[in-house]
Ligand binder design. Structure first.
Ligand code: NAD
Ligand code: TYD
Length: 339
């Protein structure tokens, strides 16, 4: 089996590559990644010499380059992780989100149509459903929940999802979509909540909580997400959407306090800053369908996963130190300087 994994130098894509190479020693994995600010080749250093692995630096919007790669590799499956993924950046500059997340998806699917494919899998997000009110803990996102986006990021992901379903209906492309909740774990880029708070706390820097910090996210350990995608591409039904989440809802402020506790840092580091524009209140996935149809269940409890994740950041400073010393400094100053 030949699998093209796009965005494999990023957080979830890299974890998925590790999972697949370990689980299927006879599969060939081709990672296609543009290496934007969020892609990091050092993340893939342990697999670079694996004979079943190939890295190709390529933009998913580069039609000619993508077609050439398909001609060379004849992929059976494409799993599309490549995306601009940070909500705050999408608020500052939506256009690159539309380009990569929507146009790039269409280029990949055109290549799948042209060269033939067994499966095209789109890695999507629960954010396409918008948000739920805090005072209705009985409500969850199901696959039937209407698309109702809030940010340029989630709108671009929803646009891509609709296009994927249209390619299935119009051209019969064998597609599946997974919509997962917030992931956490190793190799998470430090602009996102958990790694940002861990690294700031380690440096005794302020921990910038947006607004009151009462927003709720449904956290899933990244390996559980990777297992879900593995199941969907092998056993999922073509044309279907699968929600992925582990019923682990937490308020942002509680996560930040937990990180302080784990690292032995004072909660006085917590600084409430101006809220994110259009900030979604609550995400909560109902994973009944993937559980019933594919037998998927999360394996890592949050209490263990967060400890493992913090430990990983403590042990892997050589991974994140170069990131936060570079362009990230300008990003941080721009995003948090006057907040
Ligand atoms: P990430 O930002 O860590 O990684 C994205 C990767 O895509 C990077 O390696 C980057 O270089 C690459 N990339 C960006 N633009 C590209 C382009 N035009 N061509 C080729 N490569 C390009 O993101 P992530 O957190 O790993 O998310 C991966 C996917 O999962 C995204 O599609 C995201 O929407 C989705 N998702 C993320 C989460 C989460 O909690 N992080 C939850 C649900 C779904
Ligand atoms: P994030 O990791 O950006 O994921 P998403 O917006 O896709 O859910 O943010 C998670 C939550 O944490 C979200 O409610 C915004 C909040 N947040 C902060 O309070 N401070 C921060 O510095 C960041 C990056 C996020």
């Amino acid at each position: 089996m030949n699998i093209i994994v796009t965005g494999g130098a990023g957080f979830i894509g890299s974890n998925f590559i590790f999972h697949m190479l370990k689980t299927y020693p006879d599969y060939r994995i081709i990672c296609l990644d543009k290496l934007t600010y969020a892609g990091n080749l050092s993340t893939l250093k342990t697999v670079m010499d694996n004979p079943n692995f190939r890295f190709v630096k390529l933009d998913i919007c580069d039609r000619e380059g993508v077609y050439k790669l398909f001609e060379e590799e004849h992929p059976d499956i494409v799993v599309n992780f490549a995306a601009e993924s940070h909500v705050d950046r999408s608020i500052e500059n939506p256009s690159v989100f539309l380009e990569t997340n929507i146009m790039g998806t269409s280029v990949l699917m055109d290549a799948c149509r042209k060269y033939g494919i067994r499966r095209y899998h789109q890695v999507s997000t629960d954010e396409v459903y918008g948000d739920l009110p805090l005072d209705r803990p009985d409500l969850f996102f199901t696959e039937e929940t209407p698309i109702h986006t809030s940010s340029p990021y989630s709108s671009s992901k929803a646009g891509a999802d609709l296009l994927v379903l249209a390619y299935h209906r119009t051209y019969g492309l064998p597609v599946t979509i997974s919509r997962c909740s917030n992931n956490y774990g190793p190799y998470h880029f430090p602009e996102k909540l958990i790694p940002l708070m861990v690294i700031n706390a380690l440096h005794d820097k302020p921990l910038p909580v947006y607004g009151e910090g009462l927003n709720v996210r449904d956290w899933l350990y990244v390996e559980d997400h990777c297992r879900a995608i593995d199941l969907i591409i092998h056993k999922g039904t073509v044309g279907e959407v699968y929600n992925v989440g582990g019923h682990n809802e937490m308020k942002n402020i509680d996560i930040v306090k937990l990180i302080c506790k784990e690292l032995g840092k004072p909660e006085t580091l917590i600084t409430h800053v101006t809220d994110r524009k259009g900030h979604d209140m609550r995400y909560a996935i109902d994973p009944t369908k993937i559980h019933n149809e594919l037998g998927w269940l999360p394996e890592t409890k949050f209490a263990d996963g967060i400890k493992k994740t913090i430990r990983w950041y403590l042990d892997n400073e050589d991974w994140w130190q170069p990131i936060i010393s570079g362009e990230y400094q300008n990003y941080y100053e721009q995003m948090y300087g006057n907040r």
